[in-house]
Ligand binder design. Structure first.
Ligand SMILES: [Zn+2]
Length: 200
C-alpha cells in the first residue's frame, strides 16, 4: 500500500486559510473551470485524504479538451467511440494537472467532488466525503512529466496549509481491482522528493 504521511506541519494549519482568501478552497493560481458535479461534504470534518488519479481523453491521447468537457457534462458522445461509453457520467475532480504543469480547478476543496466512486481507505468508505481528488493528465503506459510532479507537490503543499492532510494515495489504493490509476508510471519516490522540496 502506498501512502505518504506529511510531517507535523500539516497539524499546525487551519482550514480557513489566510484572511484575504475570498474564495475558500480555490487555488489562486489555478485556471477555474467550475463543474456542476459536486455537492457539500456530508459532515463538517475537513478533508484529510488526497487521491491522485490519472486520466486522458481520448485514452492515451494528451492535450485535447476531453477532460474539461467530461467534468462539465459537455463531452460529445459522437466524437469518439470511448466517449459514447462515458458521456453520461456525472463526475469531477477538484484539480487537473496537464502535461505541461498547468493547474485547472473544477471544484472548491471545501466541497465534495465526484472522483473516487466505490472506495475505501482506513476503514472508511465513500472516500469522496473526506478527500481531495487530483487528476494528472496521463495513462498507464507513459511516464509523467517533471512539470506535473512539481505542480502536484506545490499544490499539495498549498492544500496542507489549509486542511489536515494525513494521507496521499492513488485511486488504485482506495479502489483496488477496480481502478489502476495513477498507474505504474507514477513515481511515488520522485513525488515524495518533490513534496519535500516544496515544503522547505
Ligand atoms: Zn481515478
Amino acid at each position: 500500500m502506498r501512502s505518504t504521511t506529511p510531517n507535523a506541519a500539516g497539524a499546525l494549519t487551519s482550514r480557513n486559510g489566510p484572511a484575504k482568501d475570498l474564495s475558500p478552497g480555490w487555488h489562486p493560481a489555478a485556471r477555474r473551470i467550475p463543474s456542476p458535479n459536486f455537492d457539500p461534504r456530508p459532515d463538517s470534518a475537513p478533508p484529510g485524504l488526497v487521491v491522485v488519479h490519472a486520466i486522458s481523453l481520448p485514452p492515451d491521447r494528451f492535450g485535447g479538451p476531453g477532460v474539461e468537457q467530461l467534468f462539465t457534462n459537455r463531452l460529445d458522445p459522437a466524437e469518439h467511440p470511448y466517449y459514447a461509453t462515458i458521456a453520461h457520467l456525472r463526475v469531477s475532480a477538484h484539480f487537473f494537472i496537464r502535461r505541461d504543469g498547468e493547474l485547472i480547478q473544477f471544484v472548491s476543496a471545501e466541497d465534495r467532488a465526484w472522483h473516487a466512486g466505490l472506495s475505501c481507505w482506513g476503514g472508511r468508505e465513500r472516500c469522496n466525503d473526506f478527500s481531495i481528488g487530483i487528476e494528472l493528465e496521463g495513462c498507464d503506459t507513459r511516464p509523467f512529466e517533471p512539470e506535473q510532479y512539481l505542480c502536484l507537490a506545490s499544490l499539495i503543499a498549498w492544500l496542507r496549509l489549509r486542511y489536515p492532510i494525513t494521507d496521499i494515495v492513488g485511486h488504485s489504493d482506495i479502489a483496488p481491482g477496480r481502478k489502476t490509476d495513477p498507474g505504474p508510471f507514477f513515481d511515488w519516490g520522485r513525488f515524495g522528493e518533490a513534496l519535500l522540496a516544496a515544503v522547505k
